[in-house]
Ligand binder design. Structure first.
Ligand SMILES: C=CC1=C(C)c2cc3[nH]c(cc4nc(cc5[nH]c(cc1n2)c(C)c5CCC(=O)O)C(CCC(=O)O)=C4C)c(C)c3C=C
Ligand SMILES: [Fe+2]
Ligand SMILES: [Fe+2]
Length: 363
């Protein structure tokens, strides 16, 4: 049960603004039992697996949840950080930093990390905002590219919580930021910094998480958003067409997924004589299993086995200052009018007064 009307609000204290930084979710521990809980929740979401339940349920419960947890747990164990799962650790750090970046607003901003599956759940973070007396919430899903499976699913979780809540706060929702100038600039800065430290390869491969190809024909903008991010990043880095490629990773299940596949691209590049490849995953706001294990470990092995000589993985934006500044700028834009810094308000007021005086108004 969500808590009753927040005490702070009942007592008339000024309500502040909340920012819910939501990412996908991750298991609590790298164990088969924790993986089973996480995968059961994740793969039961109709936004993620769009197969009729009558067909999907026996596959999920009869095969996947019996076999995948142990295999995935071993992969998670290979990337686990002392503080926990990389996705959870980075998302918590980002939320803390974002709160600092937004600290100079005209009202108190509270930023909470949340996970669509697992912990801290979206519902628990929203309950915590209610208890704090927060009456305005900006939901910021950490997905630059919109997809039904991620962004819309976050919206569903917020709506489900609202459906159980009497006095819902005012909500705003960030839809996507795949072509945001500051996000593209942050990605480019990340690549350039890597090149300055490590030299550069002949090819920059931009690998995005895949989706079933059918989602594209059904109208999901995800594929188009990925293409645009990749093109803008290549432009920002002034790359010629033969210096970059896009690919899609993490295929799941038997259906046809968006292509070209990252593993096939790595083999093809090596076979075609590319000696060094640099790989970046621009669709992931933070490093996680899919980047650290599937790309930095497995992808590297694939490329080197196929004859490549050097493989460089460029980490996600994580807590990099340019990435945090981009997130803060995005949040600031969406918070506009809710929580403006008083100095900006006062300046604007003075400018309007002077314009009015120039038009003949009297003080
Ligand atoms: C970045 C956007 C993501 C999209 C789009 C996405 C779609 C999608 N994913 C699956 C199946 C799995 N994904 C898994 C892990 C995972 N996926 C994303 C992001 C997107 N998924 C992230 C950030 C992660 C990593 C989580 C972590 O804990 O580090 C997994 C679980 C891992 C495993 O067992 O392999 C599955 C399964 C589908 C089916 C799908 C689109 C329909
Ligand atoms: Fe995924
Ligand atoms: Fe994967």
């Amino acid at each position: 049960m969500p808590p009753p009307t927040p005490l702070a609000y009942r007592h008339g204290q000024a309500a502040s603004v909340g920012v819910l930084l939501a990412n996908l979710g991750t298991p609590d521990e790298p164990t088969p039992a924790a993986l089973r809980r996480y995968l059961a929740e994740f793969l039961s979401d109709r936004r993620v697996v769009e197969i009729p339940r009558i067909l999907w349920w026996p596959i999920l419960h009869g095969i996947i949840l019996r076999t995948r947890p142990a295999a995935s747990a071993a992969k998670y164990a290979s990337v686990w950080m002392p503080e926990g799962s990389p996705l959870a650790v980075w998302t918590a750090r980002q939320a803390k930093l974002l709160q600092g970046y937004l600290g100079e607003r005209g009202c108190a901003v509270s930023v909470r990390p949340a996970m669509r599956y697992g912990n801290p759940s979206i519902a628990s973070a929203l309950d915590a905002f209610q208890a704090e007396g927060v009456r305005r919430i900006l939901v910021l899903p950490a997905y630059p590219q919109y997809s039904g499976a991620t962004t819309a699913s976050t919206f569903d979780a917020v709506s489900a919580w609202a459906g159980r809540t009497r006095w819902i706060p005012e909500f705003r929702f960030v839809h996507q930021y795949h072509d945001d100038v500051a996000y593209i600039a942050a990605l480019a800065a990340n690549v350039r910094a890597h090149w300055e430290r490590e030299g550069r390869g002949e090819m920059l491969l931009m690998s995005f998480h895949g989706m079933p190809e059918r989602t594209l024909t059904l109208g999901d903008p995800y594929h188009c958003h990925c293409q645009k991010t990749a093109r803008l990043l290549a432009e920002e880095l002034r790359l010629a067409p033969q210096q970059w490629r896009i690919s899609f990773q993490s295929r799941f299940g038997r259906a046809k997924w968006l292509g070209p596949a990252t593993d096939a691209s790595l083999k093809e590049l090596a076979a075609g004589g590319t000696r060094r490849v640099d790989v970046i995953c621009p669709g992931f706001a933070a490093d996680c299993l899919e980047t650290l294990e599937e790309i930095a470990q497995e992808g590297k092995e694939t490329f080197l086995h196929a004859g490549g000589q050097a493989f460089h993985y460029i980490p996600c934006l994580n807590a990099a200052p340019a990435g945090m500044a981009a997130l803060a700028e995005l949040a600031r834009r969406h918070l506009s009018g809710w929580c403006d810094a008083p100095s900006a308000g006062a300046r604007e007021l003075e400018a309007s007064r002077q314009r009015a005086m120039a038009l003949g108004a009297r003080d």
